[in-house]
Design a protein around this ligand. Structure first.
Ligand code: F6R
Length: 259
């Protein structure tokens, strides 16, 4: 079962997640991180930056990228990862990868397929991902694996749900500017990471969190695939935890954990 930690704020969650990363990179200076974009991981990156660790040898693989933005677009996940993570944490940009990197705006389906396969090979060549940071979308997606994604899926192109495009429209001038497609690590790819840290904040995530952690394992709730992983820490705020049936048990287990 996942270890579920219910905290009072995104900052408190960021502190815990950053400590897990610190533990890893202290043990292994060239650790391989799987990194998410969006709002959720920002408190983790801030808390990690405050630790002033030497992360120059850390390697990182982003979960996903939009398809169809101009290279260098400020909301491309390449640009976001660079701005929010690579620069503030002092990572070596040459060790940070984003799926589909280097593709042009008009890349065709075959080129995107090749990019997905190449990304899988790059992750394998790095020895796999040690710790994967995950957010979760209101649709239940992790990475951009929307409902219906195969639980065994690998890095590939997906079509974003309208709800996801609406949710992400806050980063663009309007929903029409949010790409319809993305390239994302698959659920099977995510499951191969050695440790998963799932973060979620806010009432609008409560249903997706409950489905992921306590619902049946199903492609209809892609986040539920984490139940198949032996080492998951889910760190959620009170609002995101509000639909969890076993919340009292999770609190009790965390407060009385054998450490
Ligand atoms: C981003 C990603 C997505 C987000 C999710 C939540 O790389 O893979 O799964 O984690 O859409 O987004 P926020 O954090 O903006 O609510």
């Amino acid at each position: 079962m996942a270890e579920v930690v219910i905290v009072e704020s995104a900052d408190a969650a960021g502190d815990i997640a950053a400590s897990l990363i610190e533990k890893l990179v202290t043990r292994r200076a060239d650790a391989v991180l799987g990194v998410a974009t969006g709002s959720t991981p920002l408190s983790t990156y801030r808390a990690l930056a405050a630790k002033r660790l030497d992360l120059r040898r850390v390697r990182a693989f982003a979960l996903d990228e939009y398809v169809g933005l101009e290279p260098g677009h400020p909301e491309s996940y390449h640009a976001v990862i660079d701005r929010e993570m690579t620069v503030p944490l002092g990572l070596d940009p040459s060790l940070v990868r984003v799926p589909g990197d280097g593709l042009t705006r008009r890349a065709d389906a075959a080129a995107l397929d090749r990019a997905g396969e190449e990304y899988e090979r790059a992750i394998a060549a790095a020895g796999g991902i040690d710790l994967q940071i995950l957010g979760i979308g209101a649709t239940g997606h992790i990475g951009f694996n929307e409902p219906g994604s195969s639980l065994a899926s690998r890095t590939r192109v997906k079509t974003l749900m309208r709800q996801t495009r609406l949710d992400n429209a806050r980063f663009f001038a309007s929903i029409d500017d949010v790409p319809r497609h993305c390239i994302t690590q698959g659920l099977g790819t995510i499951l191969e990471a050695r440790q998963l840290v799932l973060l979620a904040f806010g009432e609008h995530k409560a249903e997706a969190v409950a489905a992921a952690l306590e619902g049946p394992v199903s492609a209809s709730a892609p986040g539920s695939v984490v139940q198949l992983h032996p080492r998951v820490t889910a760190i959620v705020d009170e609002a995101a935890a509000s639909r969890l049936r076993f919340a009292a048990y999770y609190r009790d287990a965390w407060e009385n954990a054998l450490r």
